[in-house]
Unconditional design. Structure first.
Lengths: 425, 181, 317
């Protein structure tokens, strides 16, 4: 028995925090209320100055296992998630080899069972080997419980194949997730095409590369009746397309990453590859429009696109040659608090809805509110403490984050799952 | 560095004193002009001013001697010890042939002798003078190299730690020779 | 010696954008005395005696590397030329590994040319030597910009308010980026002419764009600055053919006669593509500053080497 005493509770239903103690027993939330008596034998955890909120769930994570364990493993990735207040992650299938069969899904799930302390779901490829040439073994993967299909990292270039994939996935009730990009338009691009790419002399990735593919994928979803999930949307025009499609009744959902809300191309200084990801950081105006889309609900969920790479790959060579991607699991909640909640750009309810409740609903899972009778799966967040993202602080194998060595307001001081303290500091 | 305002410094030569000294230096040099016509070369910054003033006095006496300037920054032996404040460069102008010419170098103060050493090296890269002499307004002693001036305005005895500053109206907006206490 | 107008040294010269106007003016000012040295029979000064300059060229460029070599020699520095053909770079060896090796050679200045933007910045962060960017990808070529500005000042001592028309491939030109930046910082107006695929609008922030030569010449430029033009960049053509480029944007004989009649000056960073951006006749134009640019390059590079301060120093101190 554990009594979380003196904190305030956040929920997706109200922008206001509720002062209450929380009693946890046998993995369940037994009681929620102000001034609860301390039951005999209960461990009391002081939560003054803290917010208790449902644990987060990230639908876009690269754990790099199997094949690239020098960057990350399922174990280090899970621990990084816990360090960031996240108790459920969805792994992308662009590992080596790519996860394109039931057998490979099972291999990952076996590792998960042994190495992870949180909920880990594995997605499967749309096309065999992510090669974009023929359909992957979708039925076999569905039988192993994949919640979503995607060739993430690349688009399905051939529209005919994507159409067949969507039609087929629909039969299994699986959403198709799209990494939207026209490869020939992106070319060797390294950052957003515009004044900054010109100034730095770097090849640019034009916004239309993302927007044209996004447009196409939504039209195919509309035509086939499939559910398309647009990954990491970054441009205001793309967002407008999604908004219109939703109004037209297309089954489309989308995600936005914390870094596309917080940073833009102007933040890329001194060729720091920790600001290099795909899709790239866009403009300050896009930051604002994406934030508005998140508040309006056009953006369904927040997802980090956690993409670990070693320092050698990221920092020891030319910017244009460095791999795309940054880590995000450990910085998401604190950076969103630091940049948006603290300054009242949005409330706690939005964070809970878009990063805990809606991501679970997207995959057909139950949300985990901090409420009597619910599963005890929440995090304790101190608004008084700060977090310094040193290499030592981070549990991920990689530290390729723009927040490296920065100090942000807020700290995750506890993470609870199934009544167990996965993290306490 | 603003010296006259520095309370610990004392003016030891006034504007009139400097004028007299320049005059005396000029006449000392003028006497040597009976043998040959020397060229005058001032070392940047105040050596240039000193050379011009001496040149003017000699010209008034009927001898228009060749006049040049020399920037010795690139020949200094202490460039490595100056941190990130390196000397600004000036253009050296030597509008006459140095070969077989007697040259008189001008510097406002001689102290360690290192500036003169740099000036000698610098000058040689412009040609091979018949003879090089040195004229200074102030000799404050404490030499670190075996170099002696041929024409001296005033001798001042100082310790190594003191500073001696010559200020000319053209360069500094004020005039005088100052010494720290 | 008056301390008032001295400008503190920097460790590295990576681009023009990060230089202040005072720093640029300082470099242009001290380049003058260096150029005067060329008139002496002894062109060498001992300022960098005992120092080592490493010319690290990952892209072949005889002109720029010799210019740096002559500049370093005239300052009495020892020069090591290290030309790496990109294809011979050992697989798996990063630039940082190479730099660690070079660090062990105790070089004081590294002059780097590389086909990738940002490599000089990366090296500068990882070495105590002063790093001079001699051209990185499409990013920057700061000594070219300084020599261009120095050359313009020789013909127009009061350069502010003058107009320079840059013609050609802005998109793939580090020269255009650095030179337009220095011109802009010193109050020179910059115009630009070229096909939109090479002169994309909305990117180059302070250059005024023109549609054709007539419109550009009606702007009354003082200097025409031609850039080297290539048909393909990484296998992608940006205009239909070199012949078509020449007809529409090249300095044809007819256009050359017009700029000669108007007495405009002509610049080019070299090497020149005869018959593409410029016709033969224009090469002998008396108001062409192309050879002057080359000579000034040495003086400006001497000024840069003199002004930068490596963090190598004396290990005892």
């Amino acid at each position: 028995m554990k009594l979380f005493q003196g904190g305030e509770i956040a929920s997706e239903d109200s922008p206001f925090l509720q002062s209450a103690d929380v009693l946890v027993e046998d993995g369940q939330i037994k009681r929620v209320g102000a001034g609860l008596e301390i039951p005999d034998g209960a461990e009391v955890i002081d939560c003054s100055g803290c917010v208790l909120m449902p644990a987060m769930f990230d639908v876009h994570v690269h754990a790099r296992e199997p094949g690239q364990e020098h960057k990350e493993t399922i174990k280090t990735c899970s621990e990084a998630a816990i360090n960031g207040g996240i108790t459920g992650i969805v792994l992308m299938p662009n590992t080596v080899p790519a996860i394109d069969s039931g057998g490979l899904v099972q291999t990952v799930l076996d590792i998960v069972a042994e190495k992870s302390r949180i909920q880990v779901l594995q997605t499967g490829c749309l096309t065999k080997g992510r090669a974009g040439e023929e359909l992957a073994a979708i039925a076999g993967m569905a039988a192993k419980g994949v919640p979503m299909l995607t060739d993430d990292g690349s688009p399905v270039v051939d529209p005919r194949l994507l159409r067949r994939a969507m039609e087929y996935a629909k039969d299994f009730g699986l959403p198709c997730a799209s990494h939207c990009e026209v490869p020939t338009l992106s070319g060797k691009g390294a950052i957003n095409e515009g004044p900054v790419s010109y100034r730095l002399g770097l090849p640019g990735i034009p916004a239309i590369s993302e927007e044209i593919c996004l447009d196409r994928d939504i039209r195919i979803a509309q035509y086939t009746g499939a559910h398309v999930h647009i990954q990491h949307v970054t441009t205001s025009r793309g967002l407008d397309t999604i908004r219109r499609a939703k109004e037209d009744g297309v089954r489309v959902t989308c995600e936005v990453s914390p870094h596309h809300l917080i940073f833009n191309e102007e933040h890329i200084v001194d060729y720091d590859a920790n600001f290099k990801m795909n899709p790239p950081l866009r403009t300050a105006e896009d930051n604002e429009r994406l934030l508005q889309g998140l508040i309006d609900g056009v953006c369904d969920v927040i997802a980090t696109d956690h993409a670990p790479h070693t320092i050698f790959e990221k920092q020891n060579n030319e910017f244009a040659g460095a791999p795309f991607g940054i880590t995000g699991l450990e910085t998401a909640v604190v950076s969103l608090y630091h940049h948006f909640i603290r300054s009242d750009r949005f409330g706690w309810d939005l964070l809970v809805r878009r990063y805990s409740a809606e991501p679970r609903r997207l995959l057909g899972l139950e949300p985990v509110p901090v409420a009597e009778g619910a599963k005890a799966e929440f995090l304790v967040f101190s608004t008084e403490k700060t977090t310094t993202y040193s290499r030592e602080f981070m549990r991920s194998k990689s530290a390729n984050t723009p927040f490296i060595d920065q100090t942000l307001n807020g700290q995750i001081v506890g993470v609870v799952r199934s009544g167990e303290m996965l993290l306490q500091r | 560095m603003s010296d006259s305002q520095t309370p610990a410094s004392e003016r030891i030569l006034s504007e009139a004193d400097i004028a007299n000294t320049v005059h005396r230096l000029a006449y000392e040099i003028l006497e040597t002009c009976r043998q040959d016509q020397p060229a005058l070369i001032g070392i940047y910054t105040r050596g240039v001013t000193l050379a011009k003033r001496v040149h003017e006095v000699i010209r008034a006496a009927g001898h228009d001697l060749p006049l040049g300037t020399l920037d010795i920054s690139l020949y200094r032996d202490d460039l490595d010890h100056l941190g990130d404040m390196l000397p600004t460069l000036e253009t050296s102008e030597i509008p006459f042939d140095l070969e077989e010419t007697r040259v008189i170098l001008f510097d406002e103060v001689i102290f360690t002798g290192r500036t003169t050493r740099a000036a000698l090296d610098g000058l040689m890269d412009y040609g091979r003078p018949a003879k090089i002499e040195l004229a200074v307004l102030v000799d404050r002693g404490n030499r670190e190299l075996p170099i002696q001036p041929d024409y001296v305005g005033v001798n001042i005895s100082t310790t190594r730690e003191q500073y001696v500053k010559v200020r000319f109206r053209e360069d500094d907006g004020k005039e005088g020779v100052f010494i720290s206490k | 010696m008056s301390d008032d107008n001295r400008i503190p040294s920097r460790k590295d010269l990576l681009d023009i954008a990060s230089l202040s106007v005072a720093e640029i003016e300082h470099l242009l000012k001290i380049a003058g005395p260096f150029k005067d040295l060329f008139k002496r029979s002894v062109k060498k000064v001992p300022a960098l005696r005992g120092k080592t300059v490493l010319n690290l060229f990952y892209e072949p460029s005889t002109r720029t590397s010799s210019s740096f070599e002559v500049a370093a020699n005239r300052l009495s520095a020892d020069v090591t030329n290290f030309t790496v053909s990109q294809s011979s770079v050992v697989k798996g060896e990063s630039i940082i590994d190479t730099i660690d090796t070079l660090q062990a050679m105790r070089t004081d200045y590294i002059v780097i040319r590389h086909s990738a933007a940002g490599i000089p910045n990366l090296i500068a962060k990882n070495t105590r030597a002063s790093v001079i960017n001699a051209g990185d990808g499409f990013h920057a070529h700061p000594t070219q910009a300084l020599l261009d500005m120095f050359t313009i000042r020789e013909v127009f001592p009061e350069s502010a308010g003058k107009k320079v028309l840059i013609v050609g491939d802005i998109l793939h030109s580090r020269v255009a980026r650095s030179t337009s930046t220095i011109l802009n910082k010193l109050g020179v107006n910059v115009g630009v002419l070229g096909p939109t695929s090479l002169v994309p609008s909305g990117r180059h922030e302070f250059m005024q764009g023109f549609r054709d030569w007539d419109e550009a010449l009606a702007w009354k430029p003082d200097i025409i600055y031609l850039l080297r033009v290539q048909l393909e960049r990484q296998g992608e053509p940006f205009f239909p053919s070199l012949g078509e480029y020449h007809r529409v944007y090249g300095l044809t004989t007819k256009r050359y006669q017009r700029i000669r009649d108007e007495g405009l000056y002509l610049m080019h960073p070299g090497p020149v593509n005869r018959g593409v951006e410029i016709d033969n006749e224009a090469m002998n134009y008396e108001r062409s500053l192309i050879n002057q640019q080359v000579e000034n390059g040495i003086a400006v590079r001497m000024a840069v080497l003199y002004w930068l301060k490596p963090a190598t120093g004396n290990e005892k101190s």
